[in-house]
Design a protein around this ligand. Structure first.
Ligand code: ADP
Ligand code: MG
Length: 145
């Protein structure tokens, strides 16, 4: 199933993330892709809100993964942009996150494509310069369970 949304502000993108977070189930994996600065982290902040996470969500760029435990379900937020070697994923024990009871969000998941299970939700965020700086097209693809 594929849905396309168009937003014109970070708040609108957050609201889409929030709705997805509200509906999130244990074990869910959400792959976030799109160029730098398109709104993957903004979307994740909304998602965290939907999970009722109270902590401030920060980009985990230098730690690869950031865990949040104050919400309805644990949330594991990966950003693998700076990974040089897939072994770094093994070192942090990614399987415990991906196949656990929390919800995993992965920014730049295509960089670790070989580790991504087949049944995941995919969020692609794209700009369209001719439609303004704040325009984003968000394509959400969900597996048919
Ligand atoms: P990424 O994680 O994809 O690198 P961020 O979420 O960190 O990107 O940053 C997105 C930036 O784009 C933020 O500065 C945000 O304010 C801005 N922005 C402008 N319009 C939008 C929009 N429609 N949706 C999301 N972010 C937007
Ligand atoms: Mg980011």
């Amino acid at each position: 199933m594929k849905k396309i949304f168009e937003t014109n502000s970070p708040e609108e993108t957050m609201a889409i993330g929030e709705a997805m977070g509200r509906a999130a189930a244990p074990g869910e994996i959400v792959c976030l892709n799109g160029d730098l600065g398109t709104g993957k982290t903004v979307f994740t902040k909304g998602f965290a809100k939907g999970l009722e996470i109270e902590d401030h969500v920060v980009s985990p760029t230098f730690t690869i993964v950031q865990e949040y435990h104050s919400g309805r379900l644990p949330m594991y937020h990966f950003d693998v942009y700076r990974i040089d070697d897939i072994d770094e994923m093994n070192e942090i024990g990614y399987e415990e996150y991906f196949f656990g009871d929390g919800v995993t969000l992965i920014e730049w998941s295509t960089l670790i494509a070989e580790l991504i299970p087949t049944r995941v939700k995919k969020v692609l965020i794209e700009k369209a310069p001719e439609l303004g700086d704040d325009y984003r097209r968000i394509t959400i693809t969900e597996p048919d369970f």
